[in-house]
Design a protein around this ligand. Structure first.
Ligand SMILES: NC(=O)c1ccc[n+]([C@@H]2O[C@H](COP(=O)([O-])OP(=O)(O)OC[C@H]3O[C@@H](n4cnc5c(N)ncnc54)[C@H](OP(=O)(O)O)[C@@H]3O)[C@@H](O)[C@H]2O)c1
Length: 240
């Protein structure tokens, strides 16, 4: 349970469905975590699950819009001030939209998928990589998706944005390998979340990948146990 002992991790989307499981796993593994949030409603959910079990002394929560460069810069500065450094970045912010063909998709809808799934990952990496380079240590994990690797009709904007996470990951991995920074992504299929159960009540939920199982994979990729895997996109599909 000490995989991430004394490490400091920024977990974007850490109050979301997958994010709560990742935050919990990181605390279990001994990390201190900084979690930006944007929607107030998720904070009590996070506090109930995390605060009641671990207390909040190893957690820095802060309201941040990760689409805004200045807000990210302030959050990163404050994290370093409070926690002294950043060793790990987990980019979980993203979201799903589709149901329209490419011919029906507006430019605004297309752009919105890139703003949600790609921009925060780019901006957070850009802000935090120089800190890792100075320390000659870093682990970064971002989230692609199975659809991002295969493509899918009527989901092109989402699929292309998630597919771009793969090439972003490979590109950054190459740039920072010499600095002892390993950069990977995971590609989930449908995750067993409350939101997915609500929108697909008749699906075989037992086959969906569990957030806790994905969290274990991310923790490994972010640990010192991982010495050689970089530039990879790891499928986390469950049995679906
Ligand atoms: N769920 C799935 O089946 C599935 C499958 C494949 C890949 N993924 C990917 O896995 C990741 C986590 O998914 P999830 O189901 O846990 O989604 P989620 O519950 O919506 O978590 C995403 C989190 O990011 C936050 N966020 C969005 N925009 C933000 C911004 N500008 N600044 C700061 N925070 C922002 C969200 O806040 P809001 O609540 O305001 O949106 C939410 O807390 C996403 O990248 C998703 O695309 C999910």
């Amino acid at each position: 349970m000490d995989l991430l002992k004394n490490r400091v991790a920024v977990i974007t989307g850490g109050t979301g469905a997958l994010g709560r499981a990742v935050s919990e796993r990181f605390l279990e593994e001994g990390a201190r975590i900084a979690v930006p949030w944007i929607v107030e409603a998720e904070v009590p959910l996070f506090n109930n699950r995390i605060g009641s079990r671990f207390g909040m002394s190893s957690v820095f929560l802060s309201k941040v819009n990760l689409g805004e460069e200045e807000q990210i810069a302030r959050f990163v500065d404050e994290t370093v001030r409070q926690m002294s450094r950043i060793d790990i970045l987990v980019n979980l912010v993203g979201g799903f939209w589709g149901g329209k063909t490419i011919a029906e998709t507006t430019l605004a809808e297309w752009q919105a998928m890139f703003d949600l799934n790609l921009k925060p990952t780019f901006l957070c990496c850009r802000a935090i990589v120089p800190i890792m380079q100075k320390n000659k240590y870093g682990r970064i994990v971002s989230v692609s998706s199975r659809t991002g690797l295969t493509g899918a009709g009527e989901f092109a904007a989402y699929a292309v944005a998630k597919g771009a996470i793969k090439t972003f990951t490979a590109s950054l991995a190459e740039e920072v390998l010499a600095d002892n920074i390993l950069v990977n992504a995971i590609a989930p299929s449908t995750i067993d979340t409350e939101a997915n159960r609500k929108s697909m009540p008749n699906a075989k939920h037992e086959n969906w990948v569990k957030p806790e199982d994905i969290a274990r994979t991310i923790a490994y990729l972010c640990s010192e146990q991982n010495q050689v895997t970089s530039g990879a996109v790891i499928p986390v599909y469950g049995r679906a």
